[in-house]
Design a protein around this ligand. Structure first.
Ligand code: IMP
Length: 199
């Protein structure tokens, strides 16, 4: 049985990633929640030791919910490349190093792909809602497409500039925020959470 959140209820968004925060804020906006970020509450960013998206999303959401005493929403996500066995995947942020250099991370993906003909790639987002008593609910969204080189577009964040969704022409980095939010992995996971947990 899904646990639900009431309209106007206070909700912590357990992310310190500005790109994700902007997208999640936009997805939450129509719901009239009282949204506060983990950063604004001074919450620390937990380590992400789990080997999968679900594990790390739960760690982040539970850490924020227990530290704040409020329900918390976390996203764990990543860019997965078929010819690299799904890498960088859960290590997507780590491939950018401590300086968060996603130009370098994208170049590494391209270097490792080398002459590979198979350019299939996908993004995954796992959203986890956690409550201070330890209850959690997780939802997964996926957006399939292919990796392109060189990167194109200055919008978005992370690996957006080297990903074109199936059937599209523009990279996520060339899309407006509204275009990207209309169809992507995070929005797909959010659509499920919306039905199960909100209102
Ligand atoms: P984490 O969820 O904190 O481990 O970080 C996930 C990383 O995956 C982000 O830092 C981005 O580099 C990448 N990522 C996740 N979602 C997206 C997206 O929508 N566009 C581009 N990169 C993304």
């Amino acid at each position: 049985m899904s646990r639900r959140l009431a309209r106007g209820e206070r909700l912590v968004v357990a992310s310190h990633n500005k790109g994700k925060l902007a997208e999640i804020d936009e997805l939450l906006a129509p719901l009239g929640m009282d949204v506060v970020s983990a950063g604004a509450l001074g919450l620390a960013e937990p380590d992400e030791p789990a080997p999968d998206f679900v594990g790390n999303a739960r760690i982040k959401a539970l850490a924020a919910a227990t530290a704040s005493g409020l329900p918390a929403l976390a996203d764990d996500s990543g860019f997965c490349v078929a010819a690299l066995g799904g890498a960088p995947g859960v290590l997507s942020a780590r491939w950018a190093g401590p300086s968060r250099d996603f130009g370098a991370a994208m170049a590494r993906v391209n270097d490792e792909l080398a002459e590979a003909i198979d350019r299939r790639a996908w993004f995954v987002s796992v959203l986890c809602l956690a409550w201070p008593d330890g209850h959690t609910q997780t939802f997964m969204g996926r957006e399939a497409g292919h990796a392109v080189w060189p990167p194109r577009g200055a919008n978005g964040f992370g690996y957006d500039a080297m990903f074109v969704p199936t059937g599209g022409v523009k990279t996520f980095g060339e899309m407006s925020a509204a275009e990207k939010n209309a169809s992507n992995h995070r929005a797909r996971a959010f659509a499920q959470i919306l039905v199960a947990c909100f209102g």
